[in-house]
Design a protein around this ligand. Structure first.
Ligand SMILES: Nc1nc2c(ncn2[C@@H]2O[C@H](COP(=O)(O)OP(=O)(O)OP(=O)(O)O)[C@@H](O)[C@H]2O)c(=O)[nH]1
Length: 239
């Protein structure tokens, strides 16, 4: 945890309270990254978005992030201790854009540490296992905890059902009904995914309030594992 960048403050960066963090590229070294970044003209700015990924123990949060950022899958379970961190960089219309993906521990004993990193999120991804109805029930509590540290009117919510490859079509369609109900209640977009196969499928026709400023973030997250230019893992940062 001590190697991670500090939690971002709530609200906006230097452009006011929009929740977006606009930082000159050269300000990144204060987090211990990009130490050798060349000098950038003032217009060269990173748009930084923080995404937190929450959910029960072993539902597949780390695998989801690894599929998204590195296009890899590890079948061996290694519990996340506290929080972990990945950064994804890409360009939208020539603007350098960075996603901070915060992988939080599902284990109860680490919840206290992990929740200190919830603040300042632009998106909350709540993950459950489509084969475990209990993990779907717990998503409401995960969301409530994450929203204590964030402005509910200013975050994009995703409910993600993981491990779809392990369920039969009949089992899945039963679960999907419940998941869509929960997603509707939360005003979240629902996705079912398999980090093993890389499959992702959007469920239902959710009516989400239009937030044009957030289109790029939503667009970058939705096609799980696509549209990236490069990924930087926390382990690379530590070199
Ligand atoms: N078949 C299959 N297994 C998966 C999938 N996603 C995760 N797993 C497996 O589920 C186990 C837990 O995955 P993790 O991603 O570590 O779970 P987590 O939610 O990050 O767990 P914590 O860090 O303890 O909160 C691992 O053994 C993974 O290989 C999936 O889509 N399909």
């Amino acid at each position: 945890v001590s190697l991670l960048p500090p939690p971002l403050p709530a609200g906006g960066g230097d452009r006011g309270g929009s929740g977006w963090h606009w930082l000159p590229a050269r300000s990144l070294p204060c987090w211990g990254i990009a130490q050798d970044a060349p000098a950038c003209p003032p217009r060269c700015r990173f748009k930084i978005s923080k995404i937190i990924v929450v959910g029960d123990l072993s539902v597949g949060k780390t695998c989801l992030i690894n599929r998204f950022c590195k296009d890899t899958f590890d079948k061996n379970y290694k519990a996340t201790i506290g929080v972990d961190f990945e950064m994804e960089r890409f360009e939208v219309l020539g603007v350098p854009f960075s996603l901070q993906l915060w992988d939080t521990a599902g284990q109860e004993r680490f919840k206290c540490i992990a929740s200190t990193y919830y603040r300042g999120a632009q998106a909350i991804v709540i993950v459950f296992d489509v084969n475990d109805v209990g993990s779907l029930e717990h998503t409401r509590q995960w969301l409530a905890d994450a929203l204590k540290e964030n402005d509910p009117s200013n975050v994009i919510l995703f409910l993600v059902g993981s491990k779809k490859d392990l369920s039969t079509p009949a089992q899945y369609s039963l679960m999907e009904k419940d998941a869509l109900k929960v997603a509707q209640e939360m005003q979240a977009e629902y996705w079912a995914v398999s980090s093993l196969t890389g499959e992702s499928q959007r469920g239902g026709e959710m009516q989400i309030p239009h937030q044009p400023a957030r289109g790029a973030l939503r667009g970058s997250l939705l096609p799980l594992g696509q549209g990236r230019t490069c990924g930087i893992s926390s382990s690379e940062w530590r070199r």
